[in-house]
Design a protein around this ligand. Structure first.
Ligand code: MG
Length: 126
């Protein structure tokens, strides 16, 4: 399965333009890759004259040894020019129903509760 994963508030706490803190995404994402799923980073971050914000996110995956299949697009997506990256699953802190944690000592904004995401994925045999 191709899984599109948001970055800020999803892989880490929300601290844009900086890379946020660990929230438990790494082992779950590694587990998904180990099971053969392909991850597509699907983020509003971009590189521009003010900063290499997208590269910072890509580097987070490299540093955590999590391979990416795509960055903001599915490389096998040739049948449409839509900017939406094709995936069968999207993990995003802004998604309706996404399980969130809020700890003001860790972050000013809610972030993905990866233990609930993991349990949900396992319940769907993913
Ligand atoms: Mg987000």
């Amino acid at each position: 399965m191709d899984i599109c994963v948001d970055f800020d508030g999803t892989c880490t706490t929300h601290e844009f333009p900086r890379v946020g803190k660990d929230i438990g995404a790494v082992p779950v994402l590694k587990e998904l890759v180990a099971k053969g799923h392909r991850l597509i980073l699907f983020t509003m971050r971009s590189d521009n004259k003010e900063g290499s914000y997208l590269t910072d996110a890509v580097d987070w995956f490299k540093e955590n040894e999590i391979p990416l299949f795509g960055i903001n697009r599915n490389p096998e997506q040739t049948w449409t020019t839509s900017p939406k990256a094709y995936g069968q699953c999207y993990i995003d802190d802004c998604a309706l129903g996404a399980p969130l944690l809020y700890n003001p000592e860790l972050s000013h904004a809610p972030y993905i509760d990866w233990s609930v995401v993991r349990s949900f994925l396992l319940s769907k045999n993913l």
